[in-house]
Design a protein around this ligand. Structure first.
Ligand SMILES: [Zn+2]
Length: 66
């Protein structure tokens, strides 16, 4: 896993954890796919969610970034 780092959001704001106010996060890309979605909308099923996991409390912040 990579080192935790600060995250700048698309609106220019620095991301802070909503739970503990920490500003260091691990970044992951996880599939948004859920069972049953693939048949109706392949594009949506193939998208990744950008996830920032708080370095201190492990809270997951999900973003729909392209
Ligand atoms: Zn936190």
């Amino acid at each position: 896993m990579n080192e935790p780092d600060q995250v700048i959001l698309p609106n220019g704001e620095l991301l802070h954890c909503v739970v503990c106010k920490n500003d260091r996060f691990y970044q992951n890309h996880w599939k948004l796919q859920t069972t049953g979605m693939t048949f109706f909308n392949l594009d949506w099923a193939n998208r990744d969610a950008t996830c920032f996991v708080c370095d201190t409390c492990s809270y997951i912040h999900w973003f729909n970034l392209l």
